[in-house]
Write a protein that binds this ligand. Structure first.
Ligand SMILES: [Zn+2]
Length: 84
Protein backbone atom coordinates (compact mmCIF):
# COMPACT_ATOMS: atom_id res chain seq x y z
CA UNK A 1 0.00 0.00 0.00
CA UNK A 2 1.26 3.43 -0.85
CA UNK A 3 1.85 5.87 1.97
CA UNK A 4 1.94 8.85 -0.36
CA UNK A 5 -1.01 11.15 0.18
CA UNK A 6 -3.09 11.57 -2.89
CA UNK A 7 -3.13 15.09 -4.18
CA UNK A 8 -6.56 16.21 -5.16
CA UNK A 9 -5.61 19.69 -6.27
CA UNK A 10 -2.67 20.79 -8.30
CA UNK A 11 -1.00 23.83 -6.86
CA UNK A 12 0.52 26.25 -9.31
CA UNK A 13 4.25 25.59 -9.28
CA UNK A 14 5.28 29.02 -10.37
CA UNK A 15 3.81 32.44 -10.74
CA UNK A 16 2.88 33.46 -14.22
CA UNK A 17 5.51 35.87 -15.50
CA UNK A 18 3.59 38.38 -17.57
CA UNK A 19 6.76 40.20 -18.57
CA UNK A 20 7.52 37.21 -20.82
CA UNK A 21 4.06 37.20 -22.40
CA UNK A 22 3.53 39.23 -25.52
CA UNK A 23 1.23 42.23 -25.50
CA UNK A 24 -1.58 42.63 -27.96
CA UNK A 25 -1.31 45.82 -29.93
CA UNK A 26 -3.88 47.49 -32.11
CA UNK A 27 -3.34 46.40 -35.72
CA UNK A 28 -4.22 49.87 -36.98
CA UNK A 29 -2.34 52.23 -34.66
CA UNK A 30 -0.16 50.09 -32.36
CA UNK A 31 -1.87 51.22 -29.18
CA UNK A 32 -1.92 48.62 -26.39
CA UNK A 33 -4.88 49.88 -24.35
CA UNK A 34 -8.24 48.37 -25.14
CA UNK A 35 -11.70 49.11 -23.89
CA UNK A 36 -14.44 46.56 -23.53
CA UNK A 37 -17.06 46.74 -26.23
CA UNK A 38 -19.97 44.61 -27.27
CA UNK A 39 -21.00 43.49 -30.73
CA UNK A 40 -24.68 42.68 -30.93
CA UNK A 41 -25.80 40.18 -33.53
CA UNK A 42 -29.44 40.04 -34.48
CA UNK A 43 -30.68 36.48 -34.59
CA UNK A 44 -33.53 35.98 -37.01
CA UNK A 45 -36.31 33.55 -36.30
CA UNK A 46 -35.18 31.35 -39.21
CA UNK A 47 -31.67 30.77 -37.86
CA UNK A 48 -32.56 30.75 -34.18
CA UNK A 49 -32.48 27.32 -32.47
CA UNK A 50 -35.74 28.05 -30.67
CA UNK A 51 -37.42 29.80 -33.59
CA UNK A 52 -37.50 33.11 -31.75
CA UNK A 53 -35.91 36.37 -32.83
CA UNK A 54 -33.31 37.64 -30.48
CA UNK A 55 -30.15 39.62 -29.85
CA UNK A 56 -26.82 37.95 -29.21
CA UNK A 57 -24.21 40.12 -27.48
CA UNK A 58 -20.56 39.24 -28.08
CA UNK A 59 -17.96 40.80 -25.80
CA UNK A 60 -14.90 42.10 -27.63
CA UNK A 61 -12.22 44.68 -26.99
CA UNK A 62 -11.73 47.73 -29.13
CA UNK A 63 -8.69 49.96 -29.35
CA UNK A 64 -8.96 52.84 -26.89
CA UNK A 65 -7.29 55.11 -29.42
CA UNK A 66 -8.83 54.35 -32.82
CA UNK A 67 -11.61 51.92 -31.97
CA UNK A 68 -10.31 49.04 -34.09
CA UNK A 69 -11.32 45.59 -32.86
CA UNK A 70 -8.52 43.00 -33.22
CA UNK A 71 -9.13 40.75 -36.22
CA UNK A 72 -9.06 37.54 -34.20
CA UNK A 73 -11.92 38.78 -31.99
CA UNK A 74 -14.06 39.30 -35.07
CA UNK A 75 -13.64 35.71 -36.21
CA UNK A 76 -17.00 34.10 -36.79
CA UNK A 77 -18.93 37.36 -36.47
CA UNK A 78 -19.04 38.09 -40.20
CA UNK A 79 -17.60 41.56 -39.52
CA UNK A 80 -14.52 42.75 -41.34
CA UNK A 81 -12.16 45.11 -39.53
CA UNK A 82 -12.28 48.63 -40.87
CA UNK A 83 -9.26 49.19 -43.10
CA UNK A 84 -7.55 52.52 -42.61
ZN1 LIG B 1 -5.87 51.61 -32.64
Amino acid sequence: MSTKPQRKFQEPKQQLDLSKASTMNCEACGNYLFIQSTIIKKISAIMSPNGQEGLMPIDVYSCGNCGQVPREMLKGTGIEPIEK
